[in-house]
Ligand binder design. Structure first.
Ligand SMILES: [Zn+2]
Length: 218
């Protein structure tokens, strides 16, 4: 199965990508992983991407798309894949469709993890990271025994800039602006399906697998 996973920050996309890809026995491909692999192997694209990243700038679409194309052409992606973090915008979605057409194939389904904004804010703003061991606690779902102190290493807990309410609001705004139009792009192709991504992680995975069953080729 050729699958794209989309969803707002805080929807648990990375976790679900891992479980769903394992269930489908397809490689779980994230743009982060592709970037790191290209930079480590010092490919031309990796070196280009690194120049932008080192300068604190966004890697241009063209570079990202070419990296995705190279990755999808690798043998392990021949029978299917799960893409996480790409496409993020409609122009990237158009480029992905073209790339797959060049490879003689097409996407089967785009699975959207649906979580409402209040829930996203609740999930992200409750996170506390440990300065000592890096463990991520959650004031509501996985609270440390002592306020502001890590149970594991007694390190100090802090709120990442990314998880501050005003930054979360901005991340959601960017998501809505850039990624939500994907719904309009994939909807008419009958490839988009949304699932409720609230509740326990295992329940969401089961919902995803159940929903994808109808897209599996017989
Ligand atoms: Zn710790």
């Amino acid at each position: 199965m050729r699958l794209v996973l989309v969803g707002p920050p805080g929807a648990g996309k990375g976790t679900q990508a891992q479980f769903v890809a394992a269930h489908l026995a397809v490689p779980n491909i994230s743009t982060g992983e592709i970037f790191r692999a290209n930079v480590t192997r010092r490919t031309d694209l990796g070196l280009q991407a690194k120049q932008y990243m080192d300068a604190g700038r966004l890697v241009p679409d063209e570079v990202t798309i070419n990296m995705v194309r190279d990755r999808l052409a690798e043998p392990d992606a021949g029978d299917g894949f799960l893409l996480d973090g790409f496409p993020r915008t409609v122009p990237q979605a158009v480029a992905l469709d073209k790339t797959l057409a060049d490879l003689g194939t097409a996407l089967d389904v785009v699975l959207e993890l649906v979580v409402d904004e209040d829930e996203v804010i609740r999930r992200l703003s409750g996170r506390r990271n440990c300065r000592g061991c890096g463990k991520v606690w959650h004031l509501e779902f996985d609270a440390p025994t002592r306020d502001g102190i890590c149970d594991r290493c007694s390190g100090e807990l802090f709120l990442r800039d990314d998880d501050k309410p005003e930054v979360i609001a901005e991340r959601l705004r960017v998501y809505t602006r850039d990624t939500a139009p994907l719904v309009d792009y994939y909807g008419p192709q009958n490839k988009l399906v949304g699932i409720d991504a609230t509740g326990p992680v295992e329940d969401v995975t089961l919902r995803a697998i159940d929903t994808l069953r109808s897209y599996e080729k017989s």
